[in-house]
Design a protein around this ligand. Sequence first.
Ligand code: GCU
Length: 436
Amino acid sequence: MHRFPLRSLVVLAILVSVVILGRPDNARAQKFVANYDETKIPAFELPDPLKRVSGKRVKTAKQWTKKRRPEVLRLFQEHVYGKAPGRPPRMVFRLIESSTEALAGKAIRKQIRVLFAGTEKGPQMDLLVYLPANTKAAVPVFVGLNFNGNHAIQTDPKIQLARSWHRDDAGQGYVNNRATEKSRGLSASRWSVERCLAAGFGVATIYCGDIDPDYHDEFQNGVHPLFYKDGQKAPSANQWGTIAAWAWGLSRAVDYFETDKQIDQKRVVLLGHSRLGKTALWAGARDQRFAIVISNNSGCGGAALSRRQFGETVWRINNSFPHWFCGNFKKYDNRENQLPVDQHMLVALMAPRPVYIASATGDRWADPRGEFLSALHAEPVYKLLGTEGLGTDKMPKADAPVHGRIGYHLRTGKHDVTDYDWQQYIAFARKHFGQK
Ligand code: GCU
């Protein structure tokens, strides 16, 4: 009778729910138990970035650039992110606001509405740009998508409130799926704008939800429908999901930079955090106009090796976020070993451009070690192209950044982008741009 006293039952119930529920983002993912034990990682062999599908070895830089790179890009496109269209022929850039006295005189501010179909009635995104005040010669810029609207990255009252869908969160200022004044400046801690300006960099950003709202609606909103063929209702299994759409939007920002004489198109640094870090890597792989690519805590489907199945896995991400990747990626749920690629090959697609992978100690869900290993295993491609790689084969200790051609750091703290991270990115960009 008394073999299970009440207290043990309560403890048992708590344990069971913690194990079963994990970090649920939706009901379908409730049975997932993340592995955080290095000894329980399944045996795996990584695909060799320098071995072609035909089995031939890639021995020269030319073979990589002409043959293997396009092949790897196609594999990611077909099996992971999906194929995206090109630049829309009727796209128009409309300057909707500007000032030479923004941020207490420290910045020039521009807000550009990008009309993808050339009309206000079609899909569009707002690009916010800050440049150092008195910019004369073209300056380098950091560009990245944001989670909460352009108006959330600074308290600047002149930034247009985001107009696209946002998840409701009355406490943070999102009501009826729209931003309110209360959300202004909400994400300012994640954007070291003044530090960038002081270092001579501009900062440009777009709300990811302008390009495609971050929920699964079978691709009816956002940019996808603009490209449907007659009668098409959704992307096919190898066509773009939401991450590829976001990446496509970032390339449209570079299209704008090419028209702005105050921005140096040769020094565009792409940065993204978490789901937007996955996006930064894919955008940087597709579009070599990004001179430097930075992945901050991007995890599964970003910098972390899928085959380790540590923290978030392919099955888990496809179930929690069915809209992020292309339909084909679902074939690899619990079958990571069948993937023709792994994420070190995504990092290798940046070569020979500088790339930076950053992890955080408290972000085990994103698998810091798996992120480091991607950086490390991208190195043979960097070396083949005659550049240095990471410069170490040991995972650096916390807060000890490594800035080779491949950069890496493990920051103490949680899943986030902090001023510490920005300090590293600015130093890394300055080093590679040859700035003192
Ligand atoms: C979830 C998701 C991650 C993602 C993160 C984020 O935790 O599982 O894959 O990186 O959200 O974007 O913040």
